[in-house]
Structures are given as C-alpha cells and as structure tokens.
Design a binder for this molecule. Structure first.
Ligand code: FCB
Length: 442
C-alpha cells in the first residue's frame, strides 16, 4: 500500500443527521414511525445517541479528531413543532451548537431536510402535497433569519432520490407506500421546486444581510450503476433506472429544469448549485424489470457481490465507482465537488480504516486528474439510528454504547483523526492501522 499525500485544499470532517443522533424529539415523523413499530427490533428515534444533550462533548470529540468541517442537519420539528409555531428553544439550541463549532474552528454545512419533518407536515401528505414547497420555504426562511449570521453553507435537501424511493416505492420510510409511482414523481417534483426556490431565497436573504459568501447545494445519493447482464433489455432497464434515480434530480436541482415526467419544455440558463454534494456508498447492479412501478429497474443487493468485499449491510465496497461518478459529473457540470457522505457499517471495525484509505486514494487521484474535489465528509461521526434498520448497523468513527451512551473513538476513528491532522497517510500510519487486521472494539 502506498503513502498518500492529500491535497491541502481538501477539507476533512464527518457528517450526521439530526434524527439519527439527537434523540428526545416527539414531534418528528420518525418518532411517530417508531411508535408504529416500523423500526427494526421495535427501536425508537427517541433514544438515538443523545447528541441533543451531549453536543458539547461531541464537538470536543470532533476537535480532538482534528475535524475541519462538519455536516449536520436541523430538525424541522424542533423549530416548527406545530404548523406556524416557532420554538425559540429549538432555535437557541442550534445557535449554541453552531457557535461552538465555529469557536472550535470547525466549519458547519447545514442540511435543511434530511429525511425527517414534523408530524403535521407528514399528515398533510408531506412532499406529495403541492403546498409542501410553501411550508419548506417558510421553514428555510426562518432558519436563515436565525442562523444566517453564522452559517454560509447549506444543503437544501438530502438524497431526495433515496427519500422518495424508500417512502413511496419500498415502504421503508413514512408513509410506507409501496409501488406508488405517482407519489414518487409528485414528491420528486415538489422537492426539486423547493430546492430551486430555497437556492434563490438563501442567496437573497444572506445578501441582504451583507454577506457574499453564500453557498447552497444538494447532497444527492449517486450509486455507480451497471447493468447486471449485457443485454439490450438489461441495459435499457439500467438506463431508465439511472434516469429516474439520478438524472431527473440532477436536471432539476442543478440545472433548474423539470424534465419528463415532471415537466416538459422548460429550460433554464442558471445553475442552482454552488457545489455538487455527492453521497457515495456502493455499486448497484441493475436487473431489468418490466414493471413501471419499479421504474423498470431493480437493484438486488445480494447479487451485487462479484468477488468484492461487502459491508455489514451486504453492500459491495467499490471505491472505483467513486472515480467514475465524480469524473463524469465534473465533466458534465464543472461544479466544485463535496463528498457529503461516504462510509461503511462495520461493527467490528475491521474494514473501515481500509475503506477510508481506498476512498481517499481515489479522491487524491481525481484531484491529480484536475477534478475539483474540495470536501470529504465521512459518514458518520458516531453510530446512529440507521432509519428503518435501527441501531444495528454501526457507521461511526466513534462507537456509541447504547446502554450507557458512552462514546469511544474506534481504531479507524484514530486513523482518520491522524489523516485529518496531517493530510498525509504515511508508511507509519499504514503500518499501524492497515498492517494487519485492525482490532475490534466490541
Ligand atoms: C444515506 C443517508 C444517511 C445514512 C446513510 C448510511 O442514504 O443520507 O442518513 O443513513 O445513507
């Protein structure tokens, strides 16, 4: 394994989302979902990692792990628990957390919608309802009023593609719809419209506040997709799936164009992203499927294996995919790239350090090849609620003991902390952390 000198321009840190780590909130749709028994083993978002009460300790941890950047989300239901009623307590909490990050030299990137929203928003049909755009923009407006002085970088909506798929096609997220193709496309359209409006709103509000350093973008899940078999029909299935899972969102959120079936004949000559946020995890092998409800393609995780290694959830570990995705999207859009998520569920912590090494190695190759990759946010800072999969998958650089809520930096977390500090993966680090099997913490 070779030493790697990372570019000094590549900023390093980690990512989380409010519902997955905070705990304590009874107004979000995921709490309601927990009460309905929809999370594995009957687990609940009410526990999480208690980050809401322990953010001071967690920021100290980030600091000790030499983070330069941190991606976090604001829980909408803490800011607007009842429709039209703002919670000063929720607002004050995020102001304190963000100020503390800044005081520690850690730059926040704030996501406004990361898979969760208030129960009242869920009850009105959430993103399927046309009015969702209005409510989301009103919330975004409030957040920028309150946080705009401290935060200049925003992700409007996290992974709208995974969100609509898991909410309306797979039934894993609230409202639990299955094969609701109309819901999939309606919600996609509203999320894209909300992003476009939020882009303009955040820019104009911060400009009026006297700032000209605003950056607004997305965090889109982009999988490296290949056809399972090299047949015409399979390639077609792959392309259709790729279109409705990736391209349709990129057309909308980057270029401001609603394309088929969301809209027709509209064009825009403006770009609605200042950076391109990409969440990358794995390669998907797509089988053809003639069912329009499943977007003509089907991803079967258990057949993605080839001879590659997989993570604890059975997803293939495929660093090369990141190279192709970033190169293609940079060539197409020319936007600076933030890797807004990349990580691995690995309870025994035997694969995470190598995973980090391999992906950072790909990123440095991309930078050497002229691709403007500016940020790497590892998913995740700490173990957390992996949505409907509950607390089973362990994505953290920091292990959470859910009995005591104690935090413990994993070996891979120490490895990453060293990289964040020196931007150099030396022979010594390779020997220490990748030489043999890393020791498990559990
Ligand atoms: C992404 C989500 C994130 C986390 C990771 C594992 O799809 O954005 O919240 O669950 O997957």
């Amino acid at each position: 394994m070779k030493e790697i000198k990372l570019s000094n321009h590549l900023l390093l840190g980690s990512a989380t989302a409010a519902t997955q780590i905070e705990g304590g909130d009874k107004y979000s749709n995921w709490y309601e979902w927990s009460l309905k028994g929809k999370i594995d083993r009957g687990e609940s978002s009410i526990v999480a990692a208690d980050h809401y009460n322990r953010y001071v300790e967690d920021i100290d941890l980030m600091k000790s792990m030499n983070h330069e950047i941190y991606r976090m989300s604001i829980e909408w239901s803490r800011i607007e628990p009842k429709e039209g009623q703002w919670s000063q307590e929720g607002i004050d909490h995020y102001v304190s957390e963000i100020k503390m990050l800044l005081n520690n030299g850690i730059k926040p990137l704030v996501t406004l919608h990361h898979f969760s929203h208030p129960q009242w928003f869920e009850a009105m049909g959430q993103w399927k309802n046309k009015k969702s755009v209005f409510y989301f923009i009103r919330f975004a407006d409030k957040v920028v009023d309150e946080l705009g002085r401290y935060v200049n970088e925003y992700c409007t909506i996290n992974e709208p593609n995974v969100f609509v798929n898991d909410s309306f096609m797979d039934g894993k997220y609230p409202p639990g719809d299955k094969d609701n193709t109309i819901g999939y496309f309606k919600a996609s359209k509203h999320m894209i419209q909300a992003h476009i409006k939020a882009y303009d709103l955040i820019h104009s509000k911060r400009k009026a506040m006297g700032y000209d350093d605003t950056k607004v973008g997305i965090a889109l899940h982009i999988a490296y997709m290949e056809a399972k078999k090299n047949t015409f029909i399979n390639r077609l299935g792959r392309n259709l799936y790729d279109y409705s899972f990736h391209t349709m969102f990129l057309n909308g959120m980057v270029e401001g164009r609603l394309t088929f079936p969301l809209g027709l004949f509209n064009s825009s000559n403006k770009t609605y992203c200042d950076f391109m946020g990409i969440n990358y995890y794995s390669r998907h092998l797509v089988h053809q499927n003639l069912n329009p409800a499943s977007l003509f393609g089907e991803v079967r995780v258990e057949e993605n294996l080839h001879d590659s290694e997989v993570n604890d959830l059975g997803w293939e570990i495929y660093p090369e995919g990141l190279y192709h995705i970033l190169k293609d999207n940079y060539e197409k859009y020319g936007l600076p790239i933030y890797i807004t998520e990349n990580g691995i569920p690995d309870t025994l912590d035997k694969k995470r350090a190598k995973f980090i090494y391999d992906h950072l190695s790909v990123i440095q190759n991309l930078i050497d090849d002229g691709i403007d990759v500016q940020r790497y946010y590892h998913w995740s800072l700490m173990d957390n609620l992996e949505w409907n999969d509950g607390y089973g998958p362990r994505f953290g650089l920091v292990e959470i003991n859910y009995e005591t809520l104690e935090r413990k930096v994993r070996d891979s977390g120490h490895f990453y902390a060293e990289i964040c500090k020196s931007k150099y993966i030396s022979k010594h680090l390779i020997h220490q952390y990748l030489g043999g099997e890393t020791s498990g913490n559990i």
